[in-house]
Design a protein around this ligand. Structure first.
Ligand code: SF4
Length: 68
């Protein structure tokens, strides 16, 4: 799987894996743009980021095998 040198804004702790066809990174990812346009999705994303910041060990456990 390809990765770019940027974190995915939608998946705290993950690098951008270019999972959206046509995207070359978070800067032109249509899914990121869609989430940022929607106030409810933006708020949910903020919640996820807060949870990730409060429990970083969950992320590190999740990343023991990044390519299952
Ligand atoms: S393509 Fe978009 S949704 Fe996929 S990992 Fe990259 S920034 Fe995140």
């Amino acid at each position: 799987m390809a990765y770019v040198d940027a974190r995915c804004p939608l998946r705290p702790g993950d690098m951008c894996s270019l999972c959206v066809p046509g995207a070359t990174g978070p800067q032109d990812c249509p899914t990121v743009a869609e989430v940022m346009r929607d106030p409810e999705l933006r708020e949910r994303l903020a919640e996820l980021r807060r949870e990730a910041a409060e429990a970083p060990e969950v992320l590190s456990q999740r990343h023991t095998d990044p390519h299952p």
